[in-house]
Write a protein that binds this ligand. Sequence first.
Ligand code: CTP
Length: 422
Amino acid sequence: MSFIDYSAGILIGVSSGIACYKSIEVIRELQKRGYKNIETVLTKNTVNFLSPNLFEAITGKKPYIEVFEEGRLLSHIKAVEDKKVFAIVPATANIIGKLANGIADDFLTTCYLAFKGKTLIFPSMNANMYEHSATKRNLFQLQEDGCYVVSPEEGYLACGYEGKGRLPDIETIADYIELFLHIKDSETFKQFITINLLEEDKPKPKPKDPLAGKKVLITSGGTVEPIDSVRVITNRSSGTMGKELAKMFSFLGAKVTVITGNHTARYPAYADVIEVKTVEEMYREVAVKFDESDIVIMAAAVSDFKVKNYSSKKIKKKSNLTLELEKTIDILETLGKTKKHQVLIGFAAETDNLLENGEDKLKRKNADLIVANTVGENKGFGDRNLSGYFIFKDGRKEEFSLSKPETAERIAEIVAREFFNG
Ligand code: CTP
């Protein structure tokens, strides 16, 4: 006894992709192979491309189009009753979206919900539409719901594009419909699908920003220590390095707060900026934020001294003036003593003995990374290029000679890589 069931009911759904004309040839091919019980359901838009008469002439049965058709009420139930396979050739992005979301607003979509057998879907559309995450999501949803999706092929598309979205050739479509018709456990069908949704078609895991959720505290600019009510001790820091760091760390997904002294650089709009003047103020603000910070970068040019006897009145120019200076608090060193989970990064601006001084600062200030760079008459402040070493806690050193934006990018990369598996 033959197990080939030529009388098995096949319902061909045709939605209005440009490739819908191929559905006619698929029906012809199935008929050639001996299948006679074929009915069709068209969307209203398909009728704009192809006459229903064509389908009637070929199948001998009037295609289903309207839900409310005189004399054929409730026929969506009838249409699927005796069917073993419902094949949608071609399936447009719109139909796929509707089916995936259970929308039943025309004959074809209503049939899909009423059908208890398995549905075979042949998507066909513009390559960009096929690649769209909404389409991918819907196709995977349909697979989850038990449909079988035969993915389109690459090639020249009717819309003029080249890419994925072509309906497979007529015989291939007929092959799959025929196979699907005979396989009892439709799970078995999976092993035959060579052009089904491939691994690469699966929605890609979303790319992650390596420092997402991390809080970065950057000190920047130059501190300002008052001498009297009008005069100050400051330095030539522009805040450029702090600005670049704020950008680069934000680009890797971190939330950045900049605590800045004097600066001419403009900090990015998405960074929180706190303006301070003195070392003392800078330290206070840093201390407030320290516990919640994951990464702290001391890029500010912090004054090492402050005037011991600040005069609230303007000092008169009577004779030579000798200022007595006292040391300011070393912010980095203080943080190094209390740090817990924080990654602590400092700069070492040196005129000589770069490596030696850099290594000494790393140890003395208990930093995780020191960016040691050479400063001189034409180097450092405002100078576009920095050269020196990234010095790591474990003794590694990486030489660099980069612009400020590049240096900031390298630092962000190093921090993501070394401390956050980025
Ligand atoms: N720093 C700080 N507080 C200070 C001075 C410096 O936090 N009062 C930080 C700087 O922001 C920088 C690092 O310490 O990240 C090294 O600064 P640098 O001026 O190069 O070193 P000093 O410790 O000041 O040592 P020296 O001036 O002797 O080179």
